[in-house]
Structures are given as C-alpha cells and as structure tokens.
Write a protein that binds this ligand. Structure first.
Ligand SMILES: Nc1ncnc2c1ncn2[C@@H]1O[C@H](COP(=O)(O)OP(=O)(O)O)[C@@H](O)[C@H]1O
Ligand SMILES: [Mg+2]
Length: 371
C-alpha cells in the first residue's frame, strides 16, 4: 500500500507552569512511501518518529495536512478502520494466554462481514506463527519464551489481520545485541515474504541502514533526507545527516575555500574549482584517509589500534571539531614506531564540504589533490 503525506503536521500544546508551550513534533511531512517497501524512519530521540507513526496508525490526529493510503484519504478514518498492524517496543503480550491464543486475539474483534469462524482463526494464527517461525512454540506462555521469541509473537499478532501497513516502533530496543542482529534480519525476511509496506522506527542508524529499502532521516520534526541507505551515506544532504550516519562517525574540520582551493586549517588539500571563497565545514569519512608522507593533511599522531581487517589511527589536527580524528586504514599500512606526525592524502569521494552558514552540502567539482 502506497502511503502519501501531504504537508502533514502535528503540534502538541502543553501547559507548563501556567504557560502554553508548543512542540512541532512532525513538521510539514510531504513525501511518498512506495508500495511494498521497508522504510527505516531514523533520527535521534525526541525528533518525532513515534508521533509520525501514530499519525499513520490513527492514534494521533494531525494538526494540519492530509495522509493517504493509495488514493484513499485516511486523515479522518478512525484507528480500527485503517487496517494497520503495530508493534511497539514494549510488546505487551497477554501472560495468561498461550502463544497461539495471543496471535489469535485480534481476530476475535473483527466486525461485520469480516468475522471468521474459530477454525479459520486458528488456521490464520498458525499461518502467522509459521511465518515468524514460532509455530513449534504455539502452546507456550509468553514467560516461557526468550525476548526475541516474544517479539516474533508480537509481530505475528500484528500480521494476523493481514494489515495494509505494518508499523514497528523501536521493536528491537529491548533485545540484547546478538538477538537484535538476528531479529532485524528476521524482520527483513518477513517483510519480503509478505510484501506488506512496513515502517520501521529506530534511533540506531546501523539498524536502519542494514535492512531498509529507503531511510527517512529526521531531526526536530523535519525530514532531512530520504533515499537508499548507501546513497544517503554517500551524498548526505547536510552536516546533520553526515554526522548521524556511519560508525565510526565522520570526522569534521573547520575549512575554507580560498582562490578555488579547499583548505583544512592551513593545509591546502584539494583544488575546488567552482566554489566561491567562503568558510565551510569539511567532513571526512574514516575510510577516506590514505597514509602518505607527502599527503597534504598534516596531523599529530596519537595512537593506533589493530582491528583485524583494519588499522584504526587516532590523530589530532588544529582545525578538528572534537578531540581526535579516527582513520580506518587497510591492515599493512605501516606507521613508523614513535612517529609524532602522520600525514594523509584523501579519497575525494569520502570528503564532503558543507556551507558553514546553512550546513547544506556543497557540490564541489573535485579537482586534484594539493601540493
Ligand atoms: N502526547 C504528547 N504530548 C505532548 N508532547 C508530546 C507528546 N508526544 C510527543 N511529544 C513531544 O513531541 C516530540 C516528539 O516526540 P516523539 O514522537 O515521541 O519522538 P521520538 O519517537 O522520535 O523519540 C518530543 O518533543 C515530545 O516531547
Ligand atoms: Mg519514539
């Protein structure tokens, strides 16, 4: 099911100490989610992800704007008529019911011509249990299941009504690291198996990047960028997006454009024809550094760590935002023992330039390396 947002906005107004305070939790959302995709809605805590999800589910009414499923205007359609399945972080299962009874539960509340016989309920619940691979545990109680298994029951319960849209709000937050990894792959498999349009909310960029067809990056209620994970990583729209994606994070420097060249501090690193003289931020991905004695970026060496396939080098630079930069080099790159200085040349694709004023990424014609 295609979902269309048209200037969708949600403002909360609270009274605090007698004063009215407003929060724009979702600010003029205007974009389309194509049918059958898994969308990762990504952003820091408090940026409006859950609110956006509840505008889709119908739990919240928008302050302004419209929302459509296909061509159907859903803005004033109540929750129970929207046919969405929702899974929350706290996937409250009924402790006194078995796995199968938990999954069947929503089918009991079907109305009118949607009502089905108990036998049909059972077989639909079994099909959902099979889909999430917990069919062998159908007679257990929730407390006899691991966290990951409980989460699968919650997903089966959301799927059993064959929803038009599946909404997952930080569904893996309560799981330990290993289960998180496994369950996210599982969610991907289930989504591809059913083809149901799915929105997966998370503050964890790696989680969103690894399973989403497209990610929507949010900050303070506003969409910052939408696109395929790799594309957003490679072409971040602004400094916020560049900093939010990637582990280790992008290294940020104060830079400037002068006479058609890009400077980081005093280091003349690239020709940058086409950009006018101005102050900029320069972001360099950790994998963008090449060890090079003649390289133009001159750093003070701090420490080195072997990480299997990579070598991680920590270094300092006067123009750096933050205390140190982290460069990931291929194993075998030799740093002389006791070196005080380390110089790098840079991979142009891994270097991003942002306006100091607006923080928007500037498209620069990447010229040759300096010096
Ligand atoms: N029911 C509410 N009443 C008032 N403010 C709310 C309510 N729900 C959320 N907010 C505010 O809206 C903003 C976005 O919240 P939320 O959507 O929960 O963010 P996220 O899910 O990204 O952490 C926050 O500033 C939050 O305090
Ligand atoms: Mg939330």
């Amino acid at each position: 099911m295609r979902i269309l947002f048209d200037e969708l906005t949600k403002v909360f107004t609270d009274k605090k100490r007698g004063k009215k305070e407003s929060v724009v939790a979702v600010d003029h959302f205007s974009f389309e989610i194509p049918d059958g995709q898994l969308i990762g809605l990504l952003g820091p805590s408090g940026c409006g992800k859950s609110t956006a999800l509840h505008l889709i589910s119908g739990l919240h009414t928008p302050t302004s704007g419209r929302i459509y499923f296909g061509d159907e205007d859903m803005t004033d359609v109540p929750v129970e008529k929207r046919e969405v399945g929702v899974v929350f972080q706290n996937y409250a299962l009924y402790p006194h019911l078995s796995v199968l009874e938990n999954i069947m539960f929503p089918l009991d509340n079907l109305e009118g011509n949607k009502r089905i016989s108990p036998n049909e309920m059972r077989s639909r619940a079994r099909a959902a249990a099979k889909l999430v691979q917990i069919d062998e545990l159908e007679s257990r109680r929730p407390k006899e299941l691991s966290g990951g298994q409980q989460q699968r029951v919650a997903i089966a319960r959301a799927l059993v009504k064959q929803p038009r849209v599946l909404l997952l709000d930080e569904p893996l937050s309560n799981l330990d690291a290993r289960l998180r990894l496994q369950t996210r792959e599982e969610i991907r498999r289930i989504q591809k198996g059913t083809g149901v349009t799915t929105i997966f909310v998370t503050h964890d960029q790696e989680e969103a990047m690894s399973i989403s067809d497209q990610i929507v990056v949010m900050q303070s209620g506003r969409v910052q960028q939408i696109g395929k994970p790799q594309w957003v990583y490679d072409f971040p729209a602004n400094l916020f997006v560049a900093k939010f994606l990637g582990t280790p994070p992008i290294n940020v420097f104060r830079g400037s454009i002068r006479g058609g060249r890009l400077f980081i501090g005093k280091d003349d690193v690239f020709a940058a024809p086409g950009l006018s003289d101005q102050e900029v931020w320069v972001g360099i991905r950790p994998e963008g550094f090449i060890l090079d004695e003649q390289g133009p970026l001159r750093c003070t060496f701090q420490s080195l760590e072997m990480m299997g396939r990579d070598i991680s080098v920590m270094a300092g630079h006067v123009a750096l935002e933050g205390e140190r930069l982290q460069a990931l080099l291929e194993a075998g790159s030799g740093i002389p023992a006791g070196a005080a200085q380390v110089n790098f040349s840079l991979k142009p694709d891994k270097v991003h330039v942002f306006s100091r004023d607006t923080q928007v990424r500037l498209d620069w014609q990447k010229g040759g390396m300096g010096k």
